[in-house]
Write a protein that binds this ligand. Structure first.
Ligand code: SAM
Length: 260
């Protein structure tokens, strides 16, 4: 009773504060809700995803590995790309037909397996994962799916550390090498622009054309803005292929007399 009497005069002040800071309050509530949902469903666990896939899939069968991952994601929290993103990713890879692919953020190897199954026999995937346990378990999943070590390379470090070391992985047997045909970024949206700049600086994007697929799981406009500003400022090198709610596809082509 007393608490009601004391709190009623405070109501206008509370309403004013809520009105003034409504964006911040909404963001805070969104985070609290996400946190509560995470508590209820449990945190995504790479060990549990790996154990489920390893013991339930048919070893050596790519489709079985992917289906078992999907089954896992139906009943457990999972960081793997959703079926909707997977479909868009497959469509982009089939269109681009890349030979040399870089994936940033491998996690448990689900998207790596999806990518590898669409590469030509001489194609190669380089995949980067900063969590050493995820890197180890993801690599095992790729092998379980039936791919050979000559078809892929797992780099267990951060994207910023990996990018300057990529040149030797892109060289052909004769010592020459064009750059990457496709880059999938699904690691940390804050890192997308710095990593793109590093890929440009190191001249790792194929001069004849490279597609960059950027995954956005939280659909926050500010995540896109910086990278879109960069791309729009370089119309000679970049164009936006498609801008889905969860995936941004950018095409890169080295501009003549680019100056980079
Ligand atoms: C959303 S998961 C990737 C899921 C994966 N693409 C799939 O669908 O199978 C993101 C992963 O990126 C890794 N990661 C985050 N920041 C990174 C960075 N800067 N460099 C490398 N890996 C990073 C995390 O450890 C995590 O395993």
């Amino acid at each position: 009773m007393w608490s009601m009497v004391v709190s009623v005069p405070l109501l206008p002040a509370v309403v004013m504060v809520l009105g003034r800071y409504r964006v911040e309050v909404a963001a805070l509530s969104h985070r609290a809700l996400a946190w509560a949902l995470r508590l209820l469903r449990g945190a995504p666990c790479v060990r549990s995803a790996h154990a489920f896939v390893f013991s339930n899939c048919t070893h050596g069968k790519v489709d079985s590995v992917l289906e078992t991952f999907d089954l896992y994601a139906d009943t457990h929290p999972s960081l793997c790309i959703s079926p909707q993103i997977a479909e868009a990713l497959d469509a982009a890879v089939k269109r681009v037909r890349p030979s040399r692919v870089l994936e940033l953020g491998m996690h448990c190897g689900y998207a790596s397996v999806r990518l590898l199954r669409l590469l030509p026999p001489a194609g190669r995937l380089i995949t980067v994962e900063m969590d050493p346990l995820a890197g180890e378990l993801g690599e095992e999943v790729i092998l379980v799916a039936g791919f050979k070590p000559s078809q892929f390379q797992v780099l267990p470090c951060s994207s910023a550390e990996a990018i300057p070391t990529l040149h030797p992985f892109l060289e052909s047997d004769d010592g020459t090498g064009d750059g990457l045909d496709l880059v999938l970024m699904d690691h940390d949206p804050q890192q997308y622009l710095p990593d793109l700049l590093a890929l440009e600086r190191e001249e790792l994007l194929s001069a004849s054309g490279c597609s960059l697929l950027l995954i956005y799981r939280n659909q926050r406009a500010e995540d896109h803005r910086e990278i879109l500003d960069h791309i729009r400022g370089r119309p000679g090198s970049y164009c936006i292929g498609s801008e889905l709610q969860f995936m941004l596809e950018i095409s890169y082509r080295k501009e003549k007399h680019d100056g980079i």
